[in-house]
Each structure stands twice: as C-alpha cells, then as structure tokens.
Design a protein around this ligand. Structure first.
Ligand SMILES: C[S@@+](CC[C@H](N)C(=O)[O-])C[C@H]1O[C@@H](n2cnc3c(N)ncnc32)[C@H](O)[C@@H]1O
Length: 310
C-alpha cells in the first residue's frame, strides 16, 4: 500500500482559511492525501487530477464515501487552468502536488519502472507519455548522455550512453539494467551486493523523467496554481529529487517578489511583485520515524507558500 509522504504536515498546511471552498490535488495518486483533506475539512470539495488512469481508478475506489464532494479528472497538472475552467471552478482554497511516481506504479512489474522485475521497457505514467523503449532505442548517443547527466546526475553518463547505443534495440527492463551495470562496474561484476544502490538506479530515474517529461511544465504549474488560489490560500508541493525541488524553490522565490534581473541594472526590469509568502524557507522533510516506516520519504521535500491579499 502506498504510504502518503508527510501526510500530517500536508493536511495541516492546506487547512482552508475559511474552512470551505475547493481544494485541488493535482497528483491524486492513490488518494491518501486527498482522503486526509476530505476527512479533515468536511465543508470542502476536491478536484482530483492524475495523468494515470489506473491511479484515478484506485483513488476513486478509495474516496468512494466522499463521492458527492470529489471530481476526478485525467490530465496533467500543467493543464490546471483548463481543468478548473471545465469543472466550473474559479478559485482554489488550496492546491497540492505530490510529484513523481507512486509505489503502485513502481511495484506494478508490467509497467517497467523497476529494474527489479523483468518487464517491457515502458515506464509510461499515462497515455500522454512516450515509452522508455522508444526513447532508449531512438535517441542519439549525445542526447542520451545529456538526459542521464541532467535528469539522473549520473557521473558515468557518456559511457552508459555509448553502451546503450551499442546494445540496442532493447525491449526489457532487465536488458537495460544489465547494460548499465556492465558499463558502470565492468563486465565481471554485474550483480550488486544486497545493500548497494543498484548501479542502474540513476539511469532508470533519468529515463523515466525524460519519457514522462516530468520537469516540463512544473514551473508553469506553480504559477498557474498560485494564480487560482484565493487570498490566504496555500500551495504545497512535495518533490523527490533536487531538480524538481530547485524548480519549485525558484518559482516560489520569484512569486515572492525576488528580483531576477541581471546584477548591475540600475532599476528592476523583471517586474518582480510579491504574490505569495513562502512559509517554508527550508523545505520540510520527513521525521526519522516516518523514514523508518517508509524509506521513500527520505528524499521528500515539502515547500509551501500562501497567497497574499491583493
Ligand atoms: C507520489 S504519487 C501521489 C500520491 C498521493 N499523494 C497519495 O497520497 O496517494 C504521484 C502521482 O502523480 C502523478 N503524476 C506525476 N506527474 C503528473 C503530472 N504532470 N500531472 C498529473 N499527475 C502526475 C503520477 O501518475 C502519480 O500517480
């Protein structure tokens, strides 16, 4: 069962100022945070968005008892404005995005997210994504190296990209993992020891991010979410790797009015204006006991901002 990360913190931060209104869970996943919000704030409605139709099915099941207060929408968080317009909602009393993959997606062997299972090289979060096999088999060596370096922070990016190009076409997770392990640790030591981080981890992360365009539109999502918040309402974003967190941190700083002009300009030309107050100057991270219970929470970073009165 997927355990919602930083559950109490999210539910408390998203307490609606007036107690009612429409909350948006832009990545509802298995509905854990959504359930907490609906339980805790009985006068609210919730719009539950996910790009993965299977996640929506599962959350619909879980949230059945709140059916008259929830609308489910298959889509991407970067379509937020359009989704709200189609739902006839003008303002939100809180917006949540808990980014990345759910444990349901990771643990479903057939979806190809994990190198622990033999499966087709798929990794699509939803029907709008490109398959990992397509990406791995058609991207140039140079672009593959860039993907591995930028999205995986993989120090052996060039070497792995070359090995992938030499070994393709590739159809399965296990084929890709073996090629990466061999490229990283040498032909004679393909199996990691039980507690080592698998050498294929960063490559799989990078290919997943690229195939699903996970970082594309995140900056715009933060802007759009803030634009629909009522005065005093909050946006909360949980990210799981430094690239996502950096985008969220910068977007919130910009919305807090930090001038982004190049140094030396005599007057500000970027139009910086304070639209939010950031409530988490350091991101909130999971306490030790949560990490013990749910190791996935180790890398979670929660950032929250509140819209200022206009
Ligand atoms: C970590 S899970 C969310 C878990 C959820 N908060 C819970 O408590 O069960 C992330 C979910 O976000 C979805 N997702 C990722 N990127 C998305 C995007 N750009 N738009 C909409 N959903 C997205 C994934 O399909 C996945 O179901």
């Amino acid at each position: 069962m997927h355990q919602s990360v930083l559950f109490n913190e999210v539910v408390e931060f998203l307490r609606p100022a007036r107690g009612d209104g429409t909350l948006v869970d832009a990545t509802v996943g298995l509905g854990g945070h959504a359930e907490g919000l609906l339980e805790q704030y009985p006068a609210t409605r919730l719009i539950a968005i996910d790009r993965d139709p299977r996640a929506l099915e599962r959350s619909r099941e879980r949230l059945r008892r709140f059916m008259d207060r929830v609308a489910f929408v298959q889509g991407r968080h970067e379509q937020l404005i359009e989704i709200l317009r189609q739902s006839g909602v003008e303002n939100a009393s809180g917006v949540l995005a808990d980014l990345g993959v759910s444990s349901m997606q990771l643990d479903d062997a057939s979806r190809g997210f994990s190198f622990r299972y033999e499966a087709p090289l798929d990794m699509r979060m939803g029907p709008d994504s490109r398959s990992a096999a397509d990406l791995v088999n058609t991207t140039s060596e140079e672009d593959l190296a860039t993907i591995l370096r930028e999205y995986g922070e993989e120090p052996r990016a060039r070497r792995i990209a070359r090995a992938i190009v030499d070994a393709r076409p590739m159809d399965t997770t296990v084929q890709l993992a073996e090629v990466v392990r061999r490229a990283k640790v040498g032909a004679h030591s393909v199996r990691p020891r039980p507690h080592d981080i698998d050498p294929a981890t960063l490559t799989f992360q990078a290919i997943r991010i690229a195939a699903n365009e996970e970082l594309v539109g995140l900056d715009r999502f933060v802007d759009d979410a803030v634009s629909v918040l009522e005065d005093g309402a909050r946006i909360a974003v949980i990210s799981f790797h430094s690239l996502e967190d950096r985008i969220v941190k910068r977007a919130l700083r910009r919305l807090e009015g930090e001038c982004t002009c190049p140094p030396g300009l005599p007057v500000c030309a970027c139009g910086a204006k304070k639209i939010v107050t950031v409530l988490t100057h350091r991101p909130v991270t999971a306490p030790e006991e949560e990490i013990d219970r749910n190791p996935r929470s180790r890398s979670a970073k929660l950032r929250v901002a509140e819209k200022v009165s206009s």
